[in-house]
Design a protein around this ligand. Structure first.
Ligand SMILES: [Zn+2]
Ligand SMILES: [Zn+2]
Length: 255
Protein backbone atom coordinates (compact mmCIF):
# COMPACT_ATOMS: atom_id res chain seq x y z
CA UNK A 1 0.00 0.00 0.00
CA UNK A 2 1.16 3.53 -0.74
CA UNK A 3 0.84 6.03 2.10
CA UNK A 4 0.25 9.71 2.42
CA UNK A 5 2.01 10.03 5.77
CA UNK A 6 1.13 13.58 6.78
CA UNK A 7 -2.54 14.55 7.16
CA UNK A 8 -4.29 17.01 9.49
CA UNK A 9 -7.94 16.49 10.43
CA UNK A 10 -10.15 18.44 12.83
CA UNK A 11 -8.00 17.46 15.84
CA UNK A 12 -5.47 19.96 14.46
CA UNK A 13 -6.28 23.58 15.32
CA UNK A 14 -5.88 24.67 11.70
CA UNK A 15 -8.04 21.97 10.07
CA UNK A 16 -11.73 21.13 9.99
CA UNK A 17 -11.38 17.99 7.88
CA UNK A 18 -13.53 15.02 8.92
CA UNK A 19 -11.88 11.60 9.01
CA UNK A 20 -14.61 10.00 6.89
CA UNK A 21 -14.09 12.56 4.13
CA UNK A 22 -10.32 12.08 4.20
CA UNK A 23 -10.66 8.30 4.06
CA UNK A 24 -13.16 8.47 1.21
CA UNK A 25 -10.79 10.63 -0.85
CA UNK A 26 -7.82 8.37 -0.01
CA UNK A 27 -9.77 5.35 -1.23
CA UNK A 28 -10.43 7.07 -4.56
CA UNK A 29 -6.70 7.75 -4.85
CA UNK A 30 -5.78 4.22 -3.72
CA UNK A 31 -3.73 5.60 -0.84
CA UNK A 32 -3.56 4.73 2.84
CA UNK A 33 -3.26 7.62 5.29
CA UNK A 34 -1.48 8.58 8.46
CA UNK A 35 -3.21 11.27 10.48
CA UNK A 36 -0.60 13.50 12.10
CA UNK A 37 -2.34 16.09 14.26
CA UNK A 38 -0.50 19.14 15.56
CA UNK A 39 0.94 19.36 19.04
CA UNK A 40 2.89 22.62 19.08
CA UNK A 41 3.49 23.65 22.67
CA UNK A 42 5.60 26.63 21.64
CA UNK A 43 2.71 28.35 19.86
CA UNK A 44 1.83 31.34 21.96
CA UNK A 45 -1.95 31.34 21.90
CA UNK A 46 -3.22 29.15 24.69
CA UNK A 47 -5.32 26.16 23.68
CA UNK A 48 -4.12 26.33 20.10
CA UNK A 49 -2.11 23.54 18.55
CA UNK A 50 -2.73 20.95 21.20
CA UNK A 51 -5.29 18.16 21.23
CA UNK A 52 -6.73 15.50 23.47
CA UNK A 53 -4.84 12.34 22.52
CA UNK A 54 -7.34 10.08 24.30
CA UNK A 55 -10.31 11.64 22.51
CA UNK A 56 -8.41 11.29 19.22
CA UNK A 57 -7.87 7.57 19.74
CA UNK A 58 -11.42 7.06 21.04
CA UNK A 59 -12.94 8.68 17.98
CA UNK A 60 -10.62 7.27 15.29
CA UNK A 61 -9.68 3.84 16.68
CA UNK A 62 -12.50 2.30 14.63
CA UNK A 63 -10.85 3.41 11.39
CA UNK A 64 -7.31 2.38 12.41
CA UNK A 65 -5.84 -0.52 10.45
CA UNK A 66 -4.34 -1.14 7.07
CA UNK A 67 -5.82 2.04 5.57
CA UNK A 68 -5.13 4.38 8.46
CA UNK A 69 -2.46 4.93 11.10
CA UNK A 70 -2.87 7.39 13.95
CA UNK A 71 0.12 9.65 14.32
CA UNK A 72 1.13 13.06 15.55
CA UNK A 73 3.23 15.99 14.34
CA UNK A 74 5.24 17.36 17.24
CA UNK A 75 6.50 20.94 17.00
CA UNK A 76 10.09 20.72 18.25
CA UNK A 77 11.57 23.38 20.50
CA UNK A 78 14.42 23.25 22.99
CA UNK A 79 12.07 24.34 25.75
CA UNK A 80 9.42 21.62 25.36
CA UNK A 81 11.38 18.38 25.04
CA UNK A 82 10.12 16.86 28.32
CA UNK A 83 6.52 17.99 27.72
CA UNK A 84 6.60 16.61 24.17
CA UNK A 85 7.89 13.26 25.42
CA UNK A 86 5.10 13.16 28.00
CA UNK A 87 2.55 13.90 25.27
CA UNK A 88 3.72 11.22 22.84
CA UNK A 89 3.72 8.70 25.69
CA UNK A 90 0.10 9.54 26.52
CA UNK A 91 -1.29 7.47 23.60
CA UNK A 92 -0.05 4.61 21.39
CA UNK A 93 0.80 6.76 18.36
CA UNK A 94 1.70 4.77 15.26
CA UNK A 95 3.97 7.44 13.84
CA UNK A 96 5.64 10.57 15.20
CA UNK A 97 6.78 13.40 12.95
CA UNK A 98 9.02 16.04 14.51
CA UNK A 99 8.90 19.46 12.86
CA UNK A 100 10.49 22.86 13.30
CA UNK A 101 7.76 25.51 13.09
CA UNK A 102 9.28 27.89 15.63
CA UNK A 103 12.81 29.24 15.81
CA UNK A 104 14.11 30.66 19.12
CA UNK A 105 10.55 31.32 20.24
CA UNK A 106 9.49 32.97 16.97
CA UNK A 107 6.79 31.42 14.80
CA UNK A 108 8.08 31.02 11.22
CA UNK A 109 4.62 31.42 9.68
CA UNK A 110 4.03 35.21 10.10
CA UNK A 111 6.25 37.38 7.87
CA UNK A 112 7.85 39.43 10.69
CA UNK A 113 11.01 37.34 11.12
CA UNK A 114 11.94 37.66 7.44
CA UNK A 115 12.04 41.44 7.55
CA UNK A 116 14.38 41.54 10.53
CA UNK A 117 16.88 38.80 9.63
CA UNK A 118 19.00 38.12 6.55
CA UNK A 119 18.25 34.94 4.65
CA UNK A 120 21.76 33.47 4.90
CA UNK A 121 21.93 33.94 8.67
CA UNK A 122 18.32 32.89 9.35
CA UNK A 123 18.38 29.74 7.21
CA UNK A 124 21.73 28.69 8.75
CA UNK A 125 20.32 29.16 12.23
CA UNK A 126 17.13 27.27 11.28
CA UNK A 127 19.08 24.29 9.91
CA UNK A 128 21.55 24.09 12.80
CA UNK A 129 18.69 24.28 15.32
CA UNK A 130 16.94 21.53 13.37
CA UNK A 131 20.02 19.29 13.56
CA UNK A 132 20.26 19.94 17.29
CA UNK A 133 16.59 19.13 17.80
CA UNK A 134 16.86 15.87 15.84
CA UNK A 135 19.67 14.73 18.16
CA UNK A 136 17.72 15.74 21.26
CA UNK A 137 14.34 14.24 20.28
CA UNK A 138 15.25 10.63 19.45
CA UNK A 139 11.64 9.45 19.99
CA UNK A 140 10.54 11.00 16.68
CA UNK A 141 10.29 8.60 13.72
CA UNK A 142 10.46 11.25 11.02
CA UNK A 143 11.76 14.78 10.49
CA UNK A 144 9.06 16.83 8.75
CA UNK A 145 9.49 19.28 5.87
CA UNK A 146 13.12 20.47 5.88
CA UNK A 147 11.97 23.19 3.46
CA UNK A 148 9.21 24.54 5.75
CA UNK A 149 10.94 27.92 6.01
CA UNK A 150 10.89 28.32 2.21
CA UNK A 151 7.07 28.05 2.28
CA UNK A 152 6.66 31.31 4.16
CA UNK A 153 9.90 33.29 3.75
CA UNK A 154 9.22 36.59 2.04
CA UNK A 155 12.69 36.93 0.50
CA UNK A 156 12.90 37.49 -3.23
CA UNK A 157 14.49 34.03 -3.49
CA UNK A 158 13.21 31.81 -0.66
CA UNK A 159 14.69 28.59 -2.09
CA UNK A 160 16.61 26.22 0.16
CA UNK A 161 19.40 25.02 -2.11
CA UNK A 162 21.97 22.42 -1.10
CA UNK A 163 24.91 24.36 -2.52
CA UNK A 164 24.01 27.49 -0.55
CA UNK A 165 23.76 25.67 2.79
CA UNK A 166 25.80 22.50 2.27
CA UNK A 167 27.46 22.49 5.68
CA UNK A 168 24.25 23.13 7.61
CA UNK A 169 22.18 20.68 5.57
CA UNK A 170 24.87 18.04 6.12
CA UNK A 171 24.49 18.63 9.86
CA UNK A 172 20.77 17.88 9.60
CA UNK A 173 21.32 14.79 7.45
CA UNK A 174 24.04 13.43 9.74
CA UNK A 175 21.74 13.97 12.72
CA UNK A 176 19.01 11.97 10.96
CA UNK A 177 21.32 9.08 10.22
CA UNK A 178 22.87 9.06 13.70
CA UNK A 179 19.47 9.25 15.41
CA UNK A 180 17.94 6.69 13.02
CA UNK A 181 15.25 9.21 12.06
CA UNK A 182 13.61 9.01 8.65
CA UNK A 183 13.58 12.02 6.30
CA UNK A 184 10.20 13.26 5.08
CA UNK A 185 9.56 14.45 1.57
CA UNK A 186 6.75 16.94 2.07
CA UNK A 187 4.78 17.44 -1.14
CA UNK A 188 3.00 20.64 -0.18
CA UNK A 189 5.24 22.96 -2.23
CA UNK A 190 6.45 20.29 -4.62
CA UNK A 191 6.45 20.92 -8.36
CA UNK A 192 8.81 19.80 -11.09
CA UNK A 193 10.81 22.93 -10.33
CA UNK A 194 11.01 22.55 -6.55
CA UNK A 195 11.67 18.82 -6.94
CA UNK A 196 14.77 19.68 -8.97
CA UNK A 197 15.82 22.08 -6.21
CA UNK A 198 15.33 19.51 -3.46
CA UNK A 199 16.80 16.49 -5.25
CA UNK A 200 20.45 17.26 -4.35
CA UNK A 201 19.47 17.30 -0.65
CA UNK A 202 17.84 13.86 -0.89
CA UNK A 203 20.75 12.49 -2.93
CA UNK A 204 23.15 13.75 -0.28
CA UNK A 205 21.06 12.02 2.42
CA UNK A 206 21.49 8.78 0.50
CA UNK A 207 25.22 9.43 0.04
CA UNK A 208 25.66 9.91 3.80
CA UNK A 209 23.86 6.63 4.54
CA UNK A 210 20.15 7.47 4.49
CA UNK A 211 17.94 4.84 2.88
CA UNK A 212 14.33 5.64 3.78
CA UNK A 213 11.90 8.52 3.37
CA UNK A 214 8.21 9.16 3.92
CA UNK A 215 5.96 10.99 1.48
CA UNK A 216 3.46 13.36 3.08
CA UNK A 217 1.14 15.96 1.60
CA UNK A 218 0.54 17.92 4.81
CA UNK A 219 -3.08 18.18 3.66
CA UNK A 220 -5.42 20.20 5.86
CA UNK A 221 -8.33 19.62 3.47
CA UNK A 222 -9.63 16.88 1.21
CA UNK A 223 -8.39 18.50 -2.02
CA UNK A 224 -4.73 18.32 -0.98
CA UNK A 225 -4.63 14.64 -0.02
CA UNK A 226 -2.07 12.85 -2.20
CA UNK A 227 -1.08 16.11 -3.87
CA UNK A 228 2.06 15.87 -6.04
CA UNK A 229 2.49 12.23 -5.00
CA UNK A 230 3.83 11.23 -8.42
CA UNK A 231 6.48 13.95 -8.35
CA UNK A 232 7.54 12.74 -4.90
CA UNK A 233 7.82 9.13 -6.06
CA UNK A 234 9.99 10.21 -8.97
CA UNK A 235 12.21 12.24 -6.68
CA UNK A 236 12.72 9.34 -4.27
CA UNK A 237 13.50 7.03 -7.14
CA UNK A 238 16.07 9.49 -8.52
CA UNK A 239 17.64 9.69 -5.06
CA UNK A 240 17.52 5.87 -4.68
CA UNK A 241 15.45 6.10 -1.50
CA UNK A 242 12.75 3.68 -0.35
CA UNK A 243 9.33 5.01 0.65
CA UNK A 244 8.23 3.87 4.11
CA UNK A 245 5.51 4.36 6.70
CA UNK A 246 5.18 3.61 10.41
CA UNK A 247 2.61 1.47 12.18
CA UNK A 248 2.76 0.97 15.95
CA UNK A 249 6.13 2.71 15.80
CA UNK A 250 7.61 0.14 13.43
CA UNK A 251 8.86 1.09 9.99
CA UNK A 252 7.25 -0.65 7.04
CA UNK A 253 7.95 -0.39 3.32
CA UNK A 254 5.24 1.57 1.48
CA UNK A 255 4.64 0.35 -2.06
ZN1 LIG B 1 4.46 21.06 9.93
ZN1 LIG C 1 1.76 19.24 9.13
Amino acid sequence: MKYDNHIHTKFSSDSTMEAVDALKRAKELNLALVFTEHIDLGMLKEGDFTFDAKAYFNEYEKYRGKNLSLGVEVGLTKEHIEDNIAFVKSAPFDQIIGSVHILRGVDLYPPDIYSTREKKELYSDYLLQMAHLVYHNPYINILGHIDYIARYATYEDPRLLYDDFAEEIDEVLRALITADTVFELNTRRLSKETAAELLPIYKRYRELGGRYATIGSDAHNVENIGKNYDIAENLLEAAKLTAVTFYEGRMEISK
